[in-house]
Ligand binder design. Structure first.
Ligand code: 8YV
Length: 323
């Protein structure tokens, strides 16, 4: 039997490619730049399997084309709002993701942003790099301690729980959360996590608000002028989830007018574009979507993706099937 053909849209760690090449006829996009719509359509018409990333928009207009050869879209990543699942289902396409592999890396990055924003690390680094640091002073760049403060998590999935565990153990923070479904009593007590039935109630008590819900229509601009106004003036907003959850213009205004103290962002509404309004502010830390950017996490994501492909092509249901 001939080997299944697989198109990988971006360059992946060598060990992942080596594993995949042992079982599939693998083609890797040589440019390591997002494929255009034409190239994606060609890929869907040519290959048995497609492994996209967040930078490939697979909407209904693409997936409902005639003559598609692809039978499985094995996404390299946990979030999959860039893939229209309903269209995929009607096109008889199986879709999988990689939900476990990046939990630790993204939880670590959440803590990095909490510390960078509360201790004004970005501002300090810019000062030193610009050659403008005049030397130590007792009231220079004073930040806030996070010990004893409340971390309010929006969404309470794997990454949120891991970030909560670390923030509690390593930083001494109190944990509160609001999510679609309430965690079990055991999970809540293990993290001493206080559940809030409404978003407003969580925002009112949180010193740091951290987003961990999926992107997509249901959470679009959940953080906007109204919800930002519910936060404490001393509060910090962290987003390692999806840019679409935050109305970026409203956030820039709230930060500029000090309606909230600071923000730490890893994701943006129009990646890779980051608005000038945000880039000009001192009280925001801006990272280039680094959540899962460790070799271990990216390798584990690739291996989880390969497990899904292997199950599918062995006639089994892939472990991380989402459509
Ligand atoms: C990934 C992510 O790097 O997996 C996710 O959902 O946000 C990132 O950490 C990217 O999405 C890979 O496609």
């Amino acid at each position: 039997m001939s080997r299944p053909t697989l198109l990988i849209t971006r360059r992946l760690p060598a060990s992942v490619l080596e594993r995949l090449r042992a079982r599939y006829e693998v083609t890797v996009n040589p440019d390591d730049r997002p494929l255009g719509r034409e190239a994606l359509l060609m890929a869907l018409r040519t290959y048995d399997a497609l492994s996209p990333t967040i930078t490939d928009k697979l909407d209904a207009a693409l997936l409902l084309n005639s003559g598609l050869k692809t039978r499985i879209i094995a996404n390299f990543g946990a979030g999959y709002e860039h893939i229209d699942l309903e269209a995929a289902r009607s096109a008889n396409l199986v879709v999988t993701n990689t939900p476990d592999a990046l939990t630790d890396a993204t939880a670590e990055l959440t803590l990095l942003l909490i510390l960078m924003t509360s201790r004004r690390a970005g501002e300090g680094e810019r000062l030193v790099r610009a050659g403008k640091w005049s030397g130590w002073a007792p009231t220079q760049l004073l930040g806030t301690d996070v010990k004893g403060k409340t971390l309010g998590l929006i969404g309470f999935g794997r990454i949120a729980k891991e970030a909560a565990r670390r923030a509690r153990l390593a930083l001494g923070m109190h944990i509160a959360y609001h999510s679609r479904s309430r965690a079990s009593a055991e999970e809540e007590s293990a993290l001493s996590a206080e559940h809030h039935a409404t978003l407003d109630s969580l925002l009112a008590v949180s010193d740091v608000v951290s987003l961990h819900c999926p992107g997509g229509a249901a959470t679009h601009h959940m953080i906007n002028a109204q919800t930002l106004a519910r936060m404490k003036p001393s509060a910090i907003l962290i987003n390692t989830a999806r840019g679409s959850i935050v109305d970026e213009e409203a956030l820039a205004t709230a930060l500029a007018q000090r309606q909230i103290a600071a923000a730490g962002l890893d994701v943006y509404e129009r990646e890779p574009v980051v608005s000038l309004a945000l880039r000009e502010l001192e009280n925001v830390v801006l990272l280039p979507h680094l959540g899962s950017a460790t070799l271990a996490a990216r390798t584990a994501m690739g291996m989880q993706m390969a497990d899904n492909l292997d199950s599918f092509f062995s006639g089994r249901t892939p472990p991380n099937r989402v459509a």
